[in-house]
Design a protein around this ligand. Structure first.
Ligand code: GCU
Length: 127
């Protein structure tokens, strides 16, 4: 995998479990967050310098209901995205946005904002 990939199964999980029963994921599994608002996954990401970075979030949502998540960097929400249904739990897609990082260590937290919880999360990449 690319050096800038951070697997969700290695991140800090609040209200969720690592599973591997839906094929197509990278690494050893994915995170199935609990179906509750507030469930989240937090990644620690280093940056050599401050500035905007491209963030890719790979996920699957086998339902037909959006699973919106707040994207927070170092504790501040920088975006809230919808994470629409992907057609199947085995269909993984990538959402791309730009996030501001500071020099040094950053946290990137993805938090469910509705009762459905997060979509299943495979990894993030920071480019
Ligand atoms: C199913 C599916 C899980 C998913 C869950 C959900 O149980 O197998 O991978 O996380 O639905 O609705 O969140």
């Amino acid at each position: 995998p690319p050096a800038d990939r951070y697997e969700a199964e290695n991140a800090t999980i609040s209200q969720g479990v690592v599973e591997s029963n839906h094929a197509g994921f990278s690494g050893t599994g994915f995170v199935n967050a609990d179906n509750v608002a507030g469930s989240h996954v937090e990644f620690t990401v280093p940056a050599a310098a401050a500035g905007g970075r491209t963030l890719r979030i790979r996920y699957a949502n086998g339902t037909t209901t959006n699973r919106p998540m707040a994207v927070a960097v170092n504790g501040a929400t920088v975006a809230t995205r919808d994470y629409t249904g992907t057609g199947a739990w085995t269909t993984w897609v990538t959402d791309t946005l730009t996030v501001p990082l500071t020099a040094g260590s950053n946290t990137i937290r993805l938090t469910a904002t509705t009762a459905g919880g997060c979509p299943n999360l495979d990894y993030i990449e920071v480019a």
